[in-house]
Design a protein around this ligand. Structure first.
Ligand SMILES: [Zn+2]
Length: 306
């Protein structure tokens, strides 16, 4: 009698042949010393890359573009035209750059630069940003609620300068990393990423994250492995934690009622580190969750299962 368990977990024939072809190509490219088995490489690149491993591509403002850089023996160094290091994943058969597109980006052609070996001129890879019109919310409030007092203005300026330093974090990430995230807290998720807010006719920054409705005290867990790079209590964001997931991928959690970690702590996926609250400028308890890639706030919904 055949072993049913073995039968059910055996990869389909197409993947078996692809795996052996990939192994052969890796050997040809001189990558035989790479410390991962071919089956692992297969799981994170090529036809299976869309199957819950990488963020879903969306070349729109606030989205993530996915650009194939082709084969190379070593992981290429890619950057934006402004010089920001980009996340490059894959293996010597095919490297892929994942590019966070700022909400303020213009529609049209954009490009990234990839360093060439031997000091030759960098290669440019072009992609097209499709326009996306996010919803607009117009609010009328008492004038005093829009303009900050001089003290609050000064505090906010200090916090903005501190934040600009926090987001420069960059640590290396394995080219085989899984980037599909666990939802950090249960609750109703708003689709308000990118919402353009206008208070008394004055435009404010668009909403740059996802709000998840949950009661104060609800645990928040790390969506991916990460290192704590900032903990603070800020004017607008209240109790806040930033995590560095490597490769210029960061995430931020705001309005927290409690924080159980300190800078430098390392978290596993699913590990509790803080709790939902209503601190900072909010109307009720919820988690504000932002995801940042190469310093662009991108839609967290692209990183979780639909
Ligand atoms: Zn929010």
């Amino acid at each position: 009698m055949p072993d049913r368990t073995t039968v059910s977990i055996a990869p389909p024939a197409v993947y078996s042949s692809l795996a052996s072809r990939r192994t052969a190509l890796l050997t040809v490219l001189g990558a035989g010393t790479l410390a991962f088995p071919a089956a692992r490489a297969l799981a994170t690149t090529g036809p299976r890359a869309d199957a819950g491993v990488w963020p879903r591509p969306a070349a729109v403002p606030g989205g993530v573009a996915r650009l194939s850089l082709g084969p190379a023996a070593a992981r290429p160094a890619a950057r934006t035209e402004a010089g920001l290091a980009l996340l490059v994943l894959g293996d010597p058969i095919e490297w892929t750059a994942l590019v966070g597109i700022p909400l303020a980006a213009n529609a049209g052609d954009a490009r990234i630069l990839v360093d060439s070996a031997g000091g030759a001129a960098p290669r440019a890879f072009t992609y097209s940003v499709t326009p996306k019109r996010y919803a607009e919310q117009r609010l009328k409030v008492a004038p005093g609620q829009v303009d900050l007092s001089p003290e609050d203005e000064a505090r906010f300026d200090r916090e903005r300068a501190h934040n600009a330093t926090v987001i420069t974090a960059f640590t290396e990430l394995s080219p085989q990393a899984v980037l599909r995230m666990q939802v950090p807290t249960p609750g109703r998720r708003s689709g308000s990423f990118g919402l353009r807010r206008v208070f008394n006719g004055q435009s404010r920054n668009p909403h740059s994250g996802m709000d998840i409705a949950a009661a104060t005290g609800t645990p928040v867990v790390a969506p991916l492995p990460g290192r704590v790079i900032d903990v603070g209590d800020y004017f607008f964001n209240g109790g806040t934690v930033w995590l560095d997931h490597g490769g210029a991928l960061l995430s931020m959690y705001c309005h927290l009622s409690r924080v159980d970690v300190k800078v430098g702590d390392v978290l596993r996926t699913g590990e509790r580190f803080c709790a939902v609250g209503a601190t900072g400028r909010v109307t009720g308890p919820h988690l504000h969750w932002s995801v940042m890639l190469n310093r662009a706030m991108v839609d967290p919904a692209l990183f979780i299962d639909a």
